[in-house]
Each structure stands twice: as C-alpha cells, then as structure tokens.
Design a protein around this ligand. Structure first.
Ligand SMILES: NC(=O)c1ccc[n+]([C@@H]2O[C@H](COP(=O)([O-])OP(=O)(O)OC[C@H]3O[C@@H](n4cnc5c(N)ncnc54)[C@H](O)[C@@H]3O)[C@@H](O)[C@H]2O)c1
Length: 266
C-alpha cells in the first residue's frame, strides 16, 4: 500500500523547489494534495500532479496570513474529507542584509512568512489532524536556524524559531497523536538559490557549491522532499519534536580543517 494512500495533505510553498518536489512525491504515493503558494506557479504543480495521474488542488494563499491558512485547511477538509498532513514549507530568504542594514520592516516580513506561517499552520491544522486520530506536521527550518553562517540575521532567527516551534508544539500536542518535526535543509537548488547555482554553472565553478559539507555538493529538492515525506509518514511514527538536518553533514562539525578520506592525518 502506498504510504499516503487515503491521506489528505497540505503543502505550502508548493509552487517551486522543495514544496513542489514534496507535493509530487506525496501525490505519487497516493496522497490527495492541496498545493498552496502565493505564486501562480502552484497551478503548474497541480497540473504536473494531474498529468502523472495524482490528485491535487491548487490554491493561492499567503502562508503568513491567518485567514488564508484557515482557508487552506478548510479547502482540504471540504475536498478530501479531513486533514492528515501539513507540510508548512513556504519561506523567503529576505536577502543577505546584516544586522545594521536590516530594518524593522524587513525582519518583520521575514518573521511573518517564515515563523508566523508555520505557527499558523500548526494552530489551524493540528485540531483537524487530531480529529482523524492523528497524523503529522512537518515544518521547513534551515541549517541557518542551527547556528550562524547560512543566512541573514532575520532569516536565521526565523528558522531558529521554527526549530523551537517544532519542539514546543510537539509537547503541547501531547495526547493528540499529532507529531511535529522540522527539516533543516542545507544549500538546495531551488528558486531561492537559483542565482548561486546559475552563477556557479556559468562560471564553471560548480565544484565550489556546497564544498563546505563532506559530500561536497548542494542538494536537489527531491532529497529534501524524501525526508519531509518520511517525517510525514507512519515510517516516522515515533519521531516527534525533532529538527533533522539534511545538509550533507555541514552542521555536524565546527569549522575546522577536515581530515581527507584516504589521506593520513597530520
Ligand atoms: N533552497 C535552500 O537552499 C534552502 C535552505 C534551507 C531552507 N530552505 C527553506 O526551504 C523552504 C522552501 O524554499 P525553496 O528553497 O524551495 O525555495 P523556492 O523559492 O523555490 O520556494 C519557496 C516557495 O514559497 C513561496 N512563498 C514565499 N512566500 C510565501 C507566502 N507568504 N505564502 C505562500 N507561499 C510563499 C514562493 O512563492 C515559492 O514558490 C523555505 O522555507 C526555505 O527557507 C531552503
């Protein structure tokens, strides 16, 4: 039996990158998916799922706006009879402004989308998921939320908040059988990072992308989608309140000179 057969699933940020890859994967494994995004590219995602023989419905929402999140949950319940999985994945980078170049408007917007969005997703999805006897909420955080060095102060703080939100909400949902976990992607080739990957490709410097992690490459969105799907599925039935780094090993070390495979340590 497919892992998501009979499951009703919402994916935010499904118009591109990790969200689109996850929506395609959920649908390919039998899930009925509400693909939600601010951008109209979300209709392409639904069409891709449709073409592959899956079930999807596209809605355009602002994932950081409460009435829109409520609407997405209602659409899922009306379309598919309830809700089993919420993948709160929509996010923005907000650019690379340092602390002094970040104004209050910028940090407010980054926190609104990246942190308040997942908070609203939990608040409105969890009761519906609990009504079905349980299920899963997966949040997209980032390696930037684990420690410094992978994003602006606003972005990093927002993602650190997402990691904590997974822990706190897993605790506060005690007894509901609703699990909450987060994924922490490292550098992944998506709409958000397109300029980095495009520049490296054009300059013939792809070997430099992701070179700081021991796998020495960036990720493809499907590699993140697989982990999100694992956490959303019953395969992860005893994984709760965790933030799983999916970063090629980047966050497993302090910045030190690495010992090379096959070479003697000096
Ligand atoms: N790409 C990376 O290297 C990387 C690394 C760590 C974390 N992440 C996180 O992964 C998640 C997915 O991003 P991605 O890398 O796939 O980038 P992406 O830009 O390809 O996709 C993000 C999607 O979110 C949508 N979105 C933005 N604001 C929204 C809003 N207010 N409401 C609804 N939708 C909105 C965008 O339209 C876009 O379709 C984000 O939370 C991002 O912070 C990405």
């Amino acid at each position: 039996m497919a892992r998501f057969s009979g499951k009703s699933i919402i994916v935010t940020g499904a118009g591109s990158g990790i969200g689109r890859a996850a929506a395609l994967l959920f649908a390919s494994e039998g899930g009925s998916v509400i693909v939600a995004d601010l951008a109209d590219t979300v209709h392409e995602t639904a069409a891709m799922i449709d073409a592959a023989g899956g079930t999807a419905r596209a809605i355009q929402i602002d994932a950081g706006f409460e009435a829109d999140v409520i609407r997405a949950v209602n659409v899922a319940c009306e379309s598919y009879g309830g809700l089993d999985v919420m993948f709160a994945n929509a996010g923005i980078s907000g650019g690379m402004a340092n602390i002094f170049d970040t104004d209050v408007a910028l940090i407010t917007e980054v926190l609104r989308v990246n942190l308040i969005g997942p908070y609203l997703a939990i608040k409105h999805a969890a009761p519906k998921i609990a009504e079905r006897g349980g299920g899963a909420i997966v949040l997209t955080a980032s390696v930037a939320g684990i420690r410094s060095g992978a994003g602006s102060p606003a972005y990093s703080a927002s993602k650190a908040g997402v990691i904590n939100l997974a822990m706190v909400s897993a605790q506060q949902l005690s007894g509901s059988n609703v699990r909450v976990n987060a994924i922490c992607p490292g550098l992944t080739e998506t709409g958000m990072t397109k300029p980095t990957f495009d520049y490296a490709r054009e300059a013939g410097k792809m070997e430099k992308v992701g070179r700081l992690n021991p796998l020495r490459r960036g990720a493809q969105p499907e590699e993140l989608a697989k982990v999100a799907a694992f956490l959303a599925s019953d395969d992860a039935s005893y994984v709760n309140g965790q933030a799983i780094a999916v970063d090629g090993g980047l966050s497993s070390s302090h910045p030190v000179t690495r010992q090379e495979y096959g070479k003697t340590a000096v």
